[in-house]
Design a protein around this ligand. Structure first.
Ligand code: CP
Ligand code: NVA
Length: 301
């Protein structure tokens, strides 16, 4: 049965996730070959961004159009949401007019409420707690580079135990990856997410240990959206957590580097690594489009 919403990776079973990723690869090939696919003809996706976005916005809007549908971008400030209309009312009204809602917001409870009151599928385009759409693209990229069987693959997460890290933790449990997380003290992932994914992860404050012999090395900004005021303090706390060539050299020779972007060069990643031969960040960024088209097909049809 198709999932009702996509708020976290746990809304998909392992089988559904693997099927979605296979479909994403197919859709990518279709687009490369100029195949016309109107699987979402006459469907509309409402997109609500409480936070900035480049990739998520463009990939969902382009994806809907490429599949014959349309997307409406709702800037909270231009709508009654910005004037305090209750979320419950907004969810009921918008969902009565469109086929799906994509929401990027802060507290995860907001998207849960949206889903509760929406009569159509709600997609998490990032919350403070999770970023599952990013993982669809990252996993598609790893399958393209390493083949279908990711089970046993060792992934090092270096940096902040944030929303993207949490989604990697879910992915590790669902797909049988081994995730080694290195965060400075005070920046570990959330305890309940750790608890849930215990079997697939290890935690430390040692980037070298995490990266040693890894198949994949991942990082993200040290200051996520909403943490702008903490930027300076975080830069100090994360000293020694930059994924540079020296750190990367501890991973396997063929290791892949991933970053959800936007990236801050010479902070969490050196220019040499993000622009280097092991970096798959732009392949993964493009895959946001293909993976989300596969997700939209599952949820909206
Ligand atoms: N990775 C990602 O979600 O990028 P945007 O913030 O640009 O959407
Ligand atoms: N962790 C980052 C991801 C941006 C795509 C943030 O939440 O700002």
């Amino acid at each position: 049965m198709a999932p009702k919403h996509f708020l976290t990776l746990d809304d998909l079973s392992r089988t559904q996730l693997l099927a979605l990723l296979a479909r994403a690869i197919e859709l990518k090939a279709e687009r490369r070959n100029g195949v016309l696919n109107e699987s979402l003809k006459n469907k509309t996706l409402a997109m609500i961004f409480d936070k900035s976005s480049t990739r998520t916005r463009v990939s969902f809007e382009a994806g809907m159009r490429q599949l014959g549908g349309a997307a409406i971008n709702l800037n909270p400030e231009d709508t009654q949401m910005g004037r305090g209309e209750p979320l419950q009312d907004t969810a009921r009204v918008i969902s009565s007019m469109v086929d799906g809602i994509m929401l990027r917001t802060g507290p995860h409870s907001i998207i849960e409420t949206m889903a509760e009151y929406s009569s159509v599928p709600v997609i998490n385009g990032l919350t403070d707690l999770f970023h599952p759409c990013q993982l669809l693209a990252d996993l598609q990229t790893l399958i393209e580079l390493r083949g279908e069987n990711l089970s046993g693959c060792t992934v090092a997460w270096v940096g902040d135990g944030n929303n993207v890290c949490h989604s990697w933790m879910n992915a590790a449990r669902i797909l049988g990856l081994q995730l080694k997380i290195a965060t400075p003290e005070g920046f570990a992932p959330a305890a309940d997410v750790v608890q849930r994914n215990q079997s697939a992860i290890s935690l430390s404050d040692d980037p070298q240990m995490a990266v040693s012999d890894a198949d994949v090395v991942v990082t993200d900004t040290w200051a996520s959206m909403g943490q702008e005021d903490e930027k300076a303090a975080r830069q100090q706390a994360f000293a020694g957590y930059c994924v540079n060539e020296e750190l990367m050299s501890l991973a396997k020779d063929e290791a892949v580097f991933l970053h959800c972007l936007p990236a801050y060069r010479e902070m969490e990643v050196s220019d040499a690594v993000i622009e280097g031969p092991q970096s798959a960040v732009f392949q993964a960024a493009e895959n946001r489009l293909h993976a989300q088209k596969a997700l939209l097909e599952i949820l909206l049809t």
